[in-house]
Design a protein. Sequence first.
Length: 307
Amino acid sequence: MGLILSTSWNAHLHTDGRKLVSEIKELGFSEIELSFNLTQSILEDIAGLVESGFITVQSIHNFCPIPEGVNRKDALPDYYSMASLDQQERLNAVNQTKKTIDTARLLGAKVVVLHTGRVEIPDRTRDLIELYNNGLKGSKEFNALKSDMMSQRKENAKPFLENTLKSLDELNSYAKHKGILLGVETRYYYREIPSVEEISMILEEFKGSCVYYWHDSGHAQLMENLGFAKHEDFIRPFWERMIGVHLHDISGCSDHKAPSKGEFDFKRLLPFIRKDTLKVIEAHQPASAEDIKASKKFLEGLFDDKA
């Protein structure tokens, strides 16, 4: 399995799917992951390229296409939360995910990558990051905020996690019918589901199903940098149920850099990557085309026996 590039790198620069994909193809990629910010029109363009054999879609990031009536710049994977206690929002999340599963089936993709909701408490991850950036990690102020975040999340998480499980149960049945796998992704914001413990609970609940784990290198490293968990805590227990990985670099708390352009040691992933693991570069702008080509060469050298 070769390296895959997410269209998150250049999707926002294009309204024409053919130009979007051609730009990626010129960098030497023949396989892509479709990001969550694609319109129906762009998807139709890409469908034609898939049908002609010009490109292969291996995975799709929820929601894809963007939900009807939602502005493209607002169409984040968390626009609807499948953990929401508002029944209509939860159902919107489930129904839009089903549309993404349909997209995956249409384009021959294997996996839909999921954000599985959030605990509806004020998110203070950015406040903690600001303290980190100011050199205050480990300070009294930093530790107090982190402790308070952990306590508040623990106190409020249960009903939201229950709704995530409820949503995943319905989506698992739908995905099974369509022949698509679901990858539950490591998250960036502390209030988001799943935490390390919740990954374990989800995988146990859906053992033998279409639900798998999707590891994100940058997000897991952020959790380590902020002191919530070690990077390996997010991958070592789950690697046998890991269907794919988002590969992006991180410097401090700034992630989605092109691999080899930050501080993360990607060798830490080697014990857990298999040949059939989907390996997706998920770098964002301002990563340049040259940065992406350098990342491709770097990772191919690293994963040479896992291609």
